[in-house]
Structure formats: C-alpha cells, structure tokens
Write a protein of this length. Structure first.
Ligand code: SF4
Ligand code: SF4
Length: 276
C-alpha cells in the first residue's frame, strides 16, 4: 500500500475532522530526556516493551471495534527503541489494511537506516507514516532523507521540538466537569492505548510512571480507563469520551502557562505537577 500523496498532519484536522486516531504506546523509554515530556518518558524505570502476541490480540480487537480509525499510530516513549518495532508495524498494517498506519518518532534512530534500502522499501511498500519531531536535526535533513529513498509521502513533520509547554499538571482537589474535559480539548479524537487499556489522555495514561518515580501521589481508579477485551463495545468507547475521576488531579488553568526550551529533564516533580 504505497501512499499516493503526502500524509497531512494537521492538529486542527485531528482535533475535529479525522475521526479516531489510535495511539498505541509500545514502550515507556526514550533516547531523549526532555523536560516536561507529556508521556513522562524521563521517569520510566523499565522499557515495558509490549509483547508481540499481546499487541496482535489487542490490535485485532481495536480494529473490530474501530474499523473506521483514520490512523493507527505506534508511540512511546520512543517506539523505535522497541527491538521488534518493524514487526509491530507489519502486524498493524496487516490488521488495519484500509487505514493509515504510522509511527511517532524523534528521528534519532533513523540515522541507523540512512543507507538501508530494505528498511526504506518496507516503509514505502507498507505506506508507513513517520510523524517526526525535529529535535536534534532540522526539517531539511528529514525531507532530504525521505526524498532520497522515494518516501517523501511517508513523512509528516510533527513540530520543531524547540520549545515545550507543560501539558501535564498534576494537582489536587480540582473540579471534574464536562466543561473542563471539553476545554482540555487536545485529545478528543485520540484513543490512547497502553498496557491493554484505553485512556482519555496521556496525563492519566502515564500517571503510573509519575507514581513509580515520586511515590504514590496520584490515584488511578478503574473508571479512569477501559480495558480492551472481547466484551468491549464501540458504544462504550464512544461513551468514554468524557471526564473521568482522574480529571480531579489535573489543573487546566496552569496548562500551557510554562514554556521551556528543549532542555534535559532534571526529573523534578515541578516539571509535571503543581504540588511539591
Ligand atoms: S523525545 Fe518525546 S517521548 Fe522522548 S523524552 Fe522527548 S518529549 Fe518525551
Ligand atoms: S485529566 Fe481530564 S482534564 Fe486533564 S487532560 Fe486528561 S482528560 Fe483533560
């Protein structure tokens, strides 16, 4: 399935028009260490690589429930650190036959594949979209690399990676209202999958890493996620697009207020939380 035109990555479209984007986190670790990382990768103590069989089982169920997904993505952490990430992409392509299949990446790993023709053939023949954040190399490097291998349609530059906002603001005693959920907006068309569960946002999805690093400060209840199993229905997934108990530990008013240059994380609690 070659892409006949370039994949368009557009936040407004993703928020409002595309339908579901499924983002499957296949590892918690990353080869960068960004302050305020919204997936909390600097706090990961273990790779947590998803197993191939678990992945295939879960993706099969997801496809049955959401055959109309716009794009099925692998994410992390840095998903290319998973030793079997290409096999996982292949499984995704075989199951989500009629959908876009993509991978988010900071692009560092691509250096290893610069001259690897079989890698680029795989990317091209399977129509794999690469959503890259240009942290360490500029946009021109990626444009040239993908063009050289006939894969320019597969490249979707995500953003420049030079500045970060604090997207995660763990807090205490915050309101849990539908208005707040609607206002936080950025995840509305996303299905965030980690460890066999669906979450409404990365704040809840990766809260376990925060607890593992700083101590059990955040409460994650059974109502904060949906377990992906054979009895899950599309109606349940659609109905889950709402506020959850976890929203009571999220302070939207402080979100986007802190802007940091792309600097290394010092793993301070203040990078992710309002409390000390
Ligand atoms: S590259 Fe992305 S996942 Fe990795 S630490 Fe930075 S923001 Fe987090
Ligand atoms: S915890 Fe609730 S309010 Fe906060 S980002 Fe997630 S869904 Fe939005």
């Amino acid at each position: 399935m070659e892409l006949t035109e370039r994949y368009v990555f557009d936040w407004d479209r993703i928020r409002n028009k595309d339908g579901y984007h499924i983002e499957y986190s296949i590892t918690d670790i990353c080869n960068r260490n960004c302050a305020c990382c919204s997936h909390l990768a600097p706090l990961a103590k273990a790779p947590s690589f998803v197993g191939e069989q678990d992945f295939e089982r879960t993706v099969t169920i997801l496809h049955k429930l959401i055959p109309d997904a716009h794009t099925f993505w692998l994410t992390g952490g840095e998903p290319t650190l998973h030793p079997r990430f290409m096999r996982l992409l292949e499984i995704s392509r075989n199951i989500f036959v009629d959908n876009y299949v993509g991978i988010y990446s900071n692009g560092i790993t691509l250096e290893k594949y610069e001259e690897d023709e079989s890698f680029w053939r795989f990317v091209k023949d399977n129509g794999i979209v690469w959503a890259i954040t240009c942290y360490d190399k500029d946009r021109a490097y990626f444009e040239t690399l993908f063009k050289k291998h006939g894969c320019i349609n597969n490249l979707a530059i995500l953003h420049g990676g030079k500045r970060f906002f604090n997207l995660t603001n763990y807090s205490e005693n915050q309101p849990i209202t539908h208005e707040k959920y609607v206002k936080c907006g950025w995840e509305r068309s996303k299905i965030n999958v980690r460890n066999g569960n669906i979450y409404n946002c990365p704040s809840a999805e990766f809260a376990e890493l925060f607890n593992g690093y700083f101590g059990e400060r955040l409460k994650i209840t059974n109502n904060d996620f949906l377990e992906i199993n054979e009895s899950l229905t599309r109606e349940q997934i659609d109905a889950f697009r709402k506020e959850v108990p976890f929203c009571g530990q999220c302070d939207l008013d402080k979100r986007y207020k802190k802007i940091v240059d792309s600097t290394p994380s010092e793993r301070k609690i203040s990078e992710w939380a309002c409390f000390e």
